[in-house]
Design a protein around this ligand. Structure first.
Ligand code: HEC
Length: 158
């Protein structure tokens, strides 16, 4: 039994030695924590009192497709949120954008876990004017446009 144990421990040491040699010079990005944050209506309560990220009157990008050219405000719930060593906002981060003129309210929540992993775990929302969830998904429409700012973890304005 002991001999078998020695054999296997030697074998796994060999494997880890091999893996070491194959390590790329770049440090591995920190994996997403396995916890998951599933937002509910209450998590958006009072979003108009959160920290204002930006107040915009015109299109932000020169393609002019930034939802609309109407006046709009972006808030973040976690006023001090910063990109972590994995270049992502922490799980649970919430951003809300309200566009004037009846265009509606959208939100993005860092859900994490196994959700929308190919787009950094963001869940996309539509809210009603009271801040209640009217729809939620991992929509490719939202993913694709926000992917322009992939390096900023899909967030345009912060
Ligand atoms: C055609 C491009 C495009 C699409 C599609 C799009 N967005 Fe955006 N979004 C933007 C831009 C640009 C901003 C920056 C603020 C602005 O100019 O209005 C933004 C800002 C936001 C913000 C504020 C945080 C930030 O990134 O600055 C949220 C929340 C948001 N969008 C949610 C959504 C949701 C939900 C969807 C899908 C239903 C969506 N967006 C689809 C371009 C897009």
């Amino acid at each position: 039994m002991f001999v078998i144990f020695l054999f296997f421990s030697g074998f796994s040491a060999l494997i880890s030695a091999c893996n070491k040699e194959e390590d790329s010079p770049e440090p591995d990005p920190e994996p997403m924590p396995s916890t998951e944050f599933v937002a509910a209506d209450a998590d958006f309560a009072g979003f108009r009192t959160w920290k204002v990220v930006v107040d915009l009157k015109n299109a932000l990008s020169d393609d002019g497709r930034a939802h609309t050219d109407a006046a709009r405000t972006v808030w973040i719930k976690q006023a001090n949120a910063v990109l972590g060593s994995n270049s992502q906002y922490p799980i649970g981060t919430i951003l809300v954008k309200e566009v004037q003129g009846g265009y509606g309210i959208v939100a993005m929540v860092k859900r994490g876990g196994t959700f929308n992993t190919s787009h950094n775990g963001w869940e996309w929302f539509n809210l009603d004017t009271a801040g209640k969830i009217t729809s939620r998904n991992s929509s490719s429409v939202c993913n694709n446009c926000h992917a322009k700012v992939k390096n900023a973890d899909y967030v345009f304005t912060r």
